[in-house]
Write a protein that binds this ligand. Structure first.
Ligand code: BEZ
Length: 253
C-alpha cells in the first residue's frame, strides 16, 4: 500500500507501514492472479510501496519496475533488489512502454485519478492491460464516520475524505475517458482483520484527518474513535476494518 499513496497529506514510515499494514500486500493474491504475469513481460507496479507485491511479480520472470513517490517506501523496495521510478504518478511515467500496469491499494491516494489514468494509458502498448485493486465505494465508511464524530466532539475541524473510493460506474467512466476498454470491474466487500488493532490502523492511516493536532490530541481522538467502533471487534478481541475493494481489468484501446 499504497501511492501516490503519500501525497494525500501523509508521509510514510516504511517500517511502521510493514508492521501495521503489511496485510495490504498479503491480501493482494487475487489481484495478482488477475494480472497473470507472463515471463519477460514488461510490467509497471503503480504505487509499489515497499515492493512486497512487486517482488512476487518479479518472481514470475516478468521484467517489473515499481513507481513510488515516497522516499522511505522506494528505498525499501530498492533494498529488495527492485528497480523503482521514484516519482509522483501525476507526472508522465517516462518513455518506456509496458505490457501491463498493476496497482494494489494505491489509486485511492491519487488527488487527480483521471490524470493518473491518462498517464497509465500513455505508458501501455495498444492492447496492454491495467489491472488494479483499490478502495471502492463505502470503503472504511464506519471507521471514517466514527473518526469524524470523534473529531467533531472534541471541537476539531473535520477534513474532507482524503481518499478516492469510487463506484464501479464512476471508475468505468474515467477509464473509458482515458482510453481504456473495461473488461471487468466489481466492488468486493472484504472485512479485514487488523493485526495491530484499530489503534495501529489509526496510527498508520488516520494522519490526514488530524493535521495540526498535537500527539496528545491525536491519541485522545484515536481512543474515542475506538470506543465508537466496538462493533468492529469480534469475540476473540480481533479488530476488523470494513474494507470494500474495487477490482478491475481494463485494456488500452
Ligand atoms: C485501503 O487500502 O483500503 C485504505 C487505505 C487507506 C485508507 C483507507 C483504506
Amino acid at each position: 500500500m499504497t501511492g501516490n499513496r503519500p501525497r494525500a497529506g501523509q508521509d510514510w514510515d516504511a517500517e511502521g507501514y510493514a508492521r501495521h499494514a503489511g496485510f495490504v500486500s498479503e491480501l493482494g493474491a487475487a489481484v495478482l492472479d488477475l494480472l497473470a504475469p507472463a515471463p519477460d513481460e514488461a510490467i509497471l507496479d503503480l504505487g509499489c510501496g515497499d515492493g512486497a507485491l512487486t517482488l512476487r511479480i518479479a518472481a514470475t520472470g516478468a521484467r517489473v519496475t515499481g513507481l513510488e513517490p515516497d522516499p522511505s517506501m522506494a528505498a525499501r523496495a530498492r533494498a529488495r533488489g527492485l528497480s523503482v521510478l521514484e516519482q509522483d504518478a501525476h507526472d508522465p511515467f517516462g518513455s518506456a512502454c509496458y505490457d501491463a500496469i498493476f496497482s494494489n491499494a494505491a489509486l485511492h491516494w491519487m488527488r487527480d485519478p483521471a490524470r493518473v489514468l491518462r498517464h497509465a494509458r500513455a505508458a501501455l502498448r495498444p492492447g496492454g492491460r491495467l489491472i488494479a485493486e483499490q478502495g471502492g465505494f463505502g470503503n472504511v465508511a464506519a471507521v471514517v464516520t466514527a473518526l469524524n464524530a470523534s473529531l467533531e466532539a472534541a471541537g476539531h475541524p473535520v477534513p474532507p475524505l482524503p481518499w478516492d473510493f469510487p463506484t464501479p460506474a464512476a471508475q468505468r467512466a474515467r477509464l473509458e475517458a482515458a482510453g481504456f476498454a473495461v473488461e471487468s470491474i466489481a466492488l468486493i466487500p472484504r472485512p479485514t482483520p487488523l493485526p495491530t488493532g484499530m489503534a495501529g490502523w489509526l496510527e498508520t492511516f488516520g494522519a490526514p484527518f488530524m493535521p495540526g493536532l498535537d500527539p496528545a490530541a491525536r491519541a485522545s481522538v484515536a481512543a474515542d474513535t475506538e470506543r465508537r467502533l466496538t462493533h468492529l471487534r469480534d469475540e476473540t478481541g480481533t479488530w476488523h476494518a470494513d474494507y470494500v475493494r474495487l477490482r478491475f481489468k481494463a485494456l488500452a484501446a
